[in-house]
Write a protein that binds this ligand. Sequence first.
Ligand SMILES: CC(C)(COP(=O)(O)OP(=O)(O)OC[C@H]1O[C@@H](n2cnc3c(N)ncnc32)[C@H](O)[C@@H]1OP(=O)(O)O)[C@@H](O)C(=O)NCCC(=O)NCCS
Length: 165
Amino acid sequence: MTKASFSLLNEAPADRDAIDILHAETFGPGRFARTAFRLREGVPPIAELGLVARIDGRPVGSVRFTAISIGATPALLLGPLAVLPAHKNVGIGRALVRHGLDAAKGRAEAAVLLVGDLPYYSPLGFFRAPAGSITLPGPVDPARILVAPLHEGALEGLEGKVRSG
Ligand SMILES: CC(C)(COP(=O)(O)OP(=O)(O)OC[C@H]1O[C@@H](n2cnc3c(N)ncnc32)[C@H](O)[C@@H]1OP(=O)(O)O)[C@@H](O)C(=O)NCCC(=O)NCCS
């Protein structure tokens, strides 16, 4: 499969069931216990930032962003990012993150935070948050707290507790 064979479109309300299934398939039942999930609980994702990757019209990947604050700084939580196992490793995940970040750069929030693997997200512009600088409301490996600036200098002094909204 080539990179040209998928398209990225804004998430539409009609995609919701397909994305629920995608999350169940990629993260399994343990997803509800994740700290990032808890931060998103009861907070709708930002509709205009949601992206869906499609192949022949069928959703195969998705990324969402939710409003958070880091200390007093408005920010975005990236996730869930999910790609159906049958369509992994053709660049869909990276394309979703890149396009999502580009769209987020037009907004007022300072940075994007996620909980994930640095080797995957580093080429996409994410950095490990300095140890102890950012804390989440639940258990998380501190080495997996990653941030990307949306504006020049936005990571300087970025610290504090992460909260929804
Ligand atoms: C992680 C995920 C979104 C990647 O999507 P994808 O479309 O397969 O990713 P891409 O095709 O853009 O990138 C694939 C590359 O990233 C690498 N990669 C995938 N997951 C990685 C990880 N956790 N750490 C480091 N590298 C990783 C692959 O080995 C591949 O490397 P290559 O290009 O050298 O072959 C997808 O595998 C998925 O949905 N996983 C389950 C849910 C999940 O873990 N989501 C992320 C939560 S933070």
